[in-house]
Design a protein around this ligand. Sequence first.
Ligand code: GUN
Ligand code: ZN
Length: 429
Amino acid sequence: MTLRLFRAELLSVATDPRDDPEAIRHEPDGLLVVEDGLVVARGDHATLAPRYAGLPVERLAGIVVPGFVDAHVHYPQMDRIASHGEQLLDWLERHIFPAEMAFADPVHAASVADAFLTELLRNGTTSALVFPTVHPGSVDALFAAALDRRMRIVSGKVLMDLGPKDLRDTPEGARADSEELIHRWRGRGRLGYAVTPRFALTSSDEQLRQAGALLDAHPDVLLHTHLAENKYECAAVAERFPHAHDYLDVYDRFGLVGPRSVFAHGIHLPDRSCARLAAAGAGIAVCPTSNLFLGSGFFDFGQADAHRLRLGLGSDIGAGTSFSLLHTAGVAYQAALAREVRLDPFRALYLATGGSAALLGIADRVGGLLPGQEADFVLLDDAATPLLARRTAGADLATRLFAMQVLGDDRTVRRTYVMGECAWDRGIG
Ligand code: GUN
Ligand code: ZN
């Protein structure tokens, strides 16, 4: 048994502060007690410390928050970040599909997977729902690297039988590969599986049916795909599926809309879709830096909140422009304001932690830094740059948190801990 005591300022928002007045937990001088990678106690230092008298305490300078949970990110796209000039469909053709073809090579996949997980940790992200490529080997590479680092990663082979010539599977082959991957990786470390049709345009009806069958056969796996991101994409979906009520209905007809479903974007949603998402308990991964970069639009938080949709936050690398969910939270604020909604900084922190964790079905394990949960946490530095230091000096908690969201990024992450062990240290690398 290993017991570790950390003394620091502690902040977490495990549940949506819109619904729960007790959601924000803040100990200006807190104590976090970790036993064998799990939080066993957390509270005010003066109150809790006597219980652990005589044990060594590690003092952490900065604000400790739960490890960030990225609810939508593509690891094979990290080296195509900042690709110029196109909206979604042309960007896929010109920049992304060629890059993904290289993942047929398992050595390439392993090397990018390793760099990707390091980048997540540098940015304080300890859990993520990840798109790999169509190649089963791309899943093996990511899961092997995540297992090594004890990270909580959910992923699954991309299904795309209507993809470009060298990036295509078949409904039967994809089904068999997915079954094999589920059996190979299920229950290992902190890994989870997600059935991952790329989007409606790259799968045949038969493949979407197979995706539904996989979900039915495996009650522990998620469904992860894209939804209503770009206006030209939406028009193409409406043309191919003239009988569907709306884009979401395409997925619904194949049994892909339920409480285990995570849809990225949802920029162009009719109210009917929102009502159905809410009734099904499905979630949206909001990806504001991506939506800005590809000119997709601004997520409508007002509409989503009116329907009480479950939301998380995604970087959507490589359409997204930052791995940092702190920065992504700052851009979410700006996107919300463009549609006249004021996103509260504590709610933004919730979306990047507990909200995303709920979408991934792991909110009992991570996202709140609560007793019983796994001790994934980030030590933030609210004086990481001279400008941040000036803005946060003597400021209240909400101001400091908001400043870190607007001005912060990987520089703001001093250390990242996975299961109570330091996995990234800004000073060491
Ligand atoms: N829709 C289908 N594929 C993709 C992708 O790779 N990135 C984004 N942002 N949207 C998609
Ligand atoms: Zn995406």
